[in-house]
Ligand binder design. Structure first.
Ligand code: F6R
Length: 588
């Protein structure tokens, strides 16, 4: 959610820290702050807004010092204000802290610390870490002991990095990622490999309860008992080149347009791993799928296809509900967890719960070094490159592509997915070519307050996904509805102000959808059809090319992504950074 960076170098760190924070801004972006060490003093600048704006007003890059930490915030506790922006300090101002996660017992800690004389300056949960570090620093302990005593008092999830006046950087984590980047000039410590990837492609992934201490050019790792630790250096392969907008005005539009390429790439590698994945599924007695948001929608598509083509019943449970809906699992159960980031707290919690019951964990991720990939028995990657836009676009079709490959393998090629990929790519390009027409449709529905999206069968999850895109990008109320449910309630909402989008390809769902469209039309709503077959009930029509029937979800979601993008522009919203959201939801 928030991004953390620390760097101890041989040259000025502020420009590097600012650059890193810009790269990680997708994780959270309501306020920004930096602390550097200049001649044994901590300098701080922080402010509300995006990194570029705060840098322009506060000139962050000119801060002196060869050691420093930085943070972009996604508010959880305390409003979006300068005083709540990180870094936070102890009373004496000897230590500055940046934190990602939620300290669940912060109220009790804060009360205790206040009783013993500490003065708090912010409303955040994070500030307790600075005061705990301060109180243990007074006890003549070494740095590892100071950090471990502090961590032992914290309940909840955290990754934090602190810098002391003497230039020592330390950090620890529990259920939030924290990664060391050993570079030529010194060590980075960050919540994300993207924080340091231009400077080093080496990474040390800290485990829960590891403590890192960076003093000058030395890195030392400890456990909570103060024992030295060794952690392997990993080489990170990541396509940095693609973190620019190219000819597009926004990452979101660029990523929508990348989909013909990314669905080809997803599932083209790892043929052996795919077979292993499928063997594990075949040998399971019960199969579950989980994910959050968009990733959950891809699980819903997969559930349908697994049952129809691979004859495997799977249960889908949205990750945030998993812990309340604990299905009976044992060592013959398999949970497939789907997550672009591989860091979503609800997904990781579901996996932990399932693991505890003995289930095998298979995952589908975009980030191969993510926490989810690392705790899975096996994982497949969607390989769509960094997805910077907060709304998931290319990762969704990438997930579908991997899931289609799995199901194809499970049913011995009955989907013909691999063979039909080229045809699918041509069809996607055709849909992308309708961008201008879709932009005009966005123009004509900009004023609408409610948009309903309907579909049946495998098209219903696409209706949910389209509605999610419109909500998060354009801040318009949008609802995905299984068309057959219309008459069981939603029809009461339909009137002349309603906009209804019907996903209606020419398959077994077509006739029933047409009947529903006419019922809607009779109530005066505006209807937009997305189909390869026109119908006189549609006021506007987005034509899809004809492809193999089960491939329609790939094509249907693209016009909805484009529509959401242009609606956002018409509402003056930034499609790359929707309000109140973050790319990686690492808190519950
Ligand atoms: C929607 C969106 C979110 C994510 C969800 C899960 O556009 O981006 O709903 O899909 O937060 O994220 P991952 O896939 O990283 O677990």
């Amino acid at each position: 959610m928030c991004s953390i960076i620390g760097y101890a170098s041989r040259s000025s760190v502020a420009p590097v820290l600012v650059d890193s924070l810009k790269r990680m801004e997708y994780r959270g972006y309501d306020s920004v702050g930096l602390a550097t060490i200049d001649n044994g003093r901590i300098l701080t600048r922080k402010g509300v807004g995006r990194v570029s704006a705060v840098n322009s007003s506060l000139n962050l890059i000119t801060m002196q010092g060869q050691v420093g930490i930085g943070h972009t915030r996604w508010a959880t506790h305390g409003g979006v204000t300068e005083k709540n922006a990180h870094p936070h300090y102890d009373c004496a101002g000897d230590v500055a802290v940046v934190h990602n996660g939620i300290i669940e017992n912060y109220k009790d800690l804060r009360d205790d610390l206040i009783k013993s004389g500490h003065k708090f300056k912010s409303d955040t949960d994070s500030e307790v870490i600075a005061h705990l570090l301060e109180s243990y620093s007074r006890k003549n302990l070494n740095i590892a002991q100071i950090v471990s005593n502090t961590c032992k008092r914290l309940k909840g999830s955290y990754a934090f990095v602190a810098v002391f006046e003497n230039g020592t950087i330390c950090g620890s984590r529990f259920d939030e990622p924290l990664i060391i980047g050993p570079a030529d000039e010194g060590y980075f410590i960050s919540s994300d490999v993207l924080g340091f990837l231009p400077y080093t492609d080496k990474a040390i992934f800290l485990d829960n309860k590891d403590i890192a201490v960076i003093e000058g050019k030395d890195l030392k790792l400890y456990d909570y008992d103060g024992n030295p630790l060794f952690r392997q250096i990993t080489q990170v392969a990541w396509e940095l080149g693609s973190i620019d907008k190219g000819k597009f005005t926004h990452y979101t539009l660029k990523e929508i347009h990348e989909q013909p390429l990314t669905i080809m790439k997803a599932s083209s590698r790892n043929v052996e791993k795919l077979k292993l994945f499928c063997d594990i599924i075949r040998n399971s007695s019960t199969l579950y799928l989980t994910g959050s948001g968009t990733s959950y929608h891809s699980a819903l598509v997969a559930k349908h296809l697994l049952s129809k083509f691979a004859k495997i019943r799977a249960e889908t449970i949205v990750s945030s509900e998993f812990q309340y809906d604990l299905a009976p699992m044992d060592s013959s159960s398999v949970l497939i967890a789907i997550s672009q980031s591989g860091e979503t707290a609800d997904v990781l919690q579901s996996v932990k719960d399932a693991k505890q019951m003995g289930a095998k964990i298979l995952s589908i991720v975009n980030v191969p070094t993510s926490s989810l990939a690392r705790i899975s028995d096996s994982f497949l990657t969607i390989d769509c490159g960094p997805e910077v836009g907060v709304a998931a676009t290319k990762s969704f079709t990438g997930q579908l592509s991997v899931l289609y490959s799995i199901i194809d393998e499970l049913c011995n090629g009955c989907l013909g997915y691999q063979l039909s990929k080229l045809e699918l790519v041509d069809a996607l390009n055709e849909v992308l070519a309708s961008e201008e027409q879709i932009e005009k449709i966005a123009d004509s529905i900009t004023a609408s307050k409610d948009i309903y999206i309907m579909g049946r069968s495998i098209h219903y999850p696409i209706a949910l996904e389209g509605a999610l895109k419109i909500k998060e990008l354009a801040y318009v109320h949008a609802e995905g509805i299984a068309t057959g449910e219309l008459k069981h309630g939603p029809l009461a909402l339909i009137d002349t102000n309603s906009v209804v989008i019907i996903i209606n390809p020419k398959d077994a769902t077509f006739q029933d959808n047409v009947a529903s469209a006419h019922e809607i039309k009779a109530r005066g709503a505006m209807i937009i059809g997305i189909s390869d077959e026109p119908d006189d009930s549609y006021d506007m029509f987005i034509k899809l090319p004809t492809v193999g029937r089960i491939h329609y979800p790939f094509l249907e979601v693209v016009p909805l992504q484009i529509l959401a993008y242009y609606l956002a522009l018409r509402k003056n919203a930034d499609p790359d950074y929707p309000r109140n959201l973050a790319k990686s939801v690492t808190v519950k």
